[in-house]
Every structure is written in structure tokens, then in C-alpha cells.
Write a protein that binds this ligand. Structure first.
Ligand code: URA
Length: 254
């Protein structure tokens, strides 16, 4: 692939802008300065290059995770709070996508006050798969709740509560007490405000909420709120392979 084309595919602007960046000496590949925009590059996954002194990796498709801070909206056009997209560098937001909206898109949405694991990608199949209710990708949340948790509340969450927009009860795959006011909930659906509404229906109230896991992917410990990183190939593969898990019938933990 021509270097100019490679940069274009990664969101660095029009082909002309990318050629300019290269010709003006702003690009290195594998540690070597390259000033020929037509230079043929083997575009391997993870190829390291720099643009204007910043480190980048080549990825044919972008799969990233963001530790969403509180006070951010998962919308491209936020109404009140800054968009999570402003936490990502411009190239990730500008990658050209054939037949779609350019740039990475969030997999579902978290409320403005919810923190934690948010996936974003420009791979339409991945976005569809992760969002589709048919695939039942389990998601784990940790909630701080207002009132002490008791067995009756945990039982209601496991057995199913009725929310106001659907007569069918929704139940947690698992509901575990982490301590007196901390609950871990595993869900395989993504209804609007689902955790908050389920906890309210069970007789308590969510005061803070963090998503800590999607499928096998855990929120990385060292990733501060507002920071992002690429997913590894193994992480992407494991998310594509997620299967429905059977509801847990265990008693409360902690
Ligand atoms: N459930 C909620 O109530 N809010 C979120 O942000 C995610 C799940």
C-alpha cells in the first residue's frame, strides 16, 4: 500500500493532506523518516509509524476501548455534556468508512454519569454483532446503591423485575453483593437505563455506576478515566466469539 494511502485509511485527512505530511518530513515508519508519498509499505496489523511526532499503529479496522469518565455523553451531538468522542484523537474520529459514517462509533451507550468500559469501532459487522440482542454479550456493572443490599433485592434482580416499557420481566444473569452498598450485576440486554431501573424496581437506588466487563474483556486497571487503547487481536477475537451464558442461580456473594 502506498504510504499516502495508508495514512488516508487511518484518518489523517485527504490523500493530498497525507501526501503533504509525508513530503514535509512529518512521517516515520518503523523509526525511519519517509518523504516519498508513493513509497510502498507492507501494511501489517500493528505496524508502527509516527505522524508529527505522535506514535501510531496501523489497524485495517479500529477496535478501541475507552474508560468513560462521568460527565460525558456517548453521542456525536451531545445535548448537555461533552461527547466521549472528544476524548479520542482526530484520526480515530475521521477514519474513512465505506458506505458508513466516518470514524469509530460507540457500541451502545452509557448514561452521562456512568463510567467505565466503552468499546468503539469502525467495523460495521462488529458494531452490529455487539449491539444485537440476539448475541447476548454479557456486560458486568458495579453499582453503588443508596440503601443496604439485602437478599430479597438480590433475589428480585435474579428472578426478574418488570420495567415500565415491557410486561416481560427482565432478569440479571448474576446479581452479587460486593459489600453493604455495592452490587455487581451481569446483564445480557441493553435496555434504556436498565441497571438503574432494575435496581429501582428491586427496591433500591443506584448512586454511581461503572461498567467493568464486556464478554471476557475487563476494564484495564491501569487505564485512567478518559484514556483509551487499542484492543489486541485476541481481545477482538474473543468478543466476536462470545456466546450466550446461562443465568447463574447462585446465592449472594461477598
Ligand atoms: N444501565 C444504566 O442504567 N445505565 C447505563 O449507563 C448502563 C446500563
Amino acid at each position: 500500500m502506498q504510504l499516502q494511502e495508508l495514512l488516508f485509511s487511518q484518518g489523517f485527512g485527504t490523500r493530498r493532506v497525507c501526501a503533504g505530511l509525508i513530503q514535509h518530513g512529518h512521517v516515520t515508519v518503523d523509526g525511519q523518516a519517509v518523504t516519498d508519498a508513493g513509497c510502498d509499505i507492507e501494511a501489517q496489523e500493528g505496524l508502527r509509524y509516527t505522524v508529527q511526532g505522535k506514535n501510531w499503529e496501523f489497524h485495517a479496522k479500529a477496535y478501541v476501548l475507552l474508560n468513560k469518565p462521568a460527565g460525558t455523553e456517548c453521542s456525536q451531538k451531545p445535548s448537555t455534556w461533552p461527547s466521549v468522542y472528544t476524548l479520542l484523537p482526530d484520526p480515530l474520529r475521521q477514519r474513512p468508512v465505506k458506505g458508513g459514517v466516518d470514524g469509530v462509533q460507540a457500541v451502545g451507550r452509557l448514561d452521562q454519569d456512568t463510567t467505565g468500559l466503552l468499546l468503539l469501532s469502525d467495523d460495521g459487522k462488529f458494531l452490529h454483532r455487539m449491539a444485537s440482542p440476539r448475541h447476548h454479550v454479557p456486560k458486568v456493572y458495579e453499582a453503588e446503591v443508596k440503601h443496604p443490599l439485602d437478599e430479597a433485592q438480590l433475589g428480585r434482580l435474579r428472578e426478574g423485575v418488570v420495567l415500565d416499557d415491557d410486561p416481560r420481566p427482565v432478569r440479571a444473569l448474576a446479581a452479587d453483593r460486593l459489600d453493604e452498598r455495592r452490587l455487581q450485576l451481569t446483564l445480557d440486554e441493553g435496555k434504556y437505563h436498565q441497571v438503574k431501573r432494575m435496581v429501582a424496581a428491586a427496591g433500591n437506588r443506584v448512586e454511581a455506576l461503572c461498567r467493568t466487563r464486556i464478554g471476557d474483556l475487563q476494564l484495564p486497571v491501569g487505564l485512567a478515566p478518559g484514556q483509551w487503547r487499542w484492543l489486541t487481536a485476541a481481545e477482538v477475537e474473543s468478543l466476536f466469539l462470545v456466546k450466550k451464558v446461562a443465568p447463574k442461580s447462585s446465592s449472594a456473594g461477598g
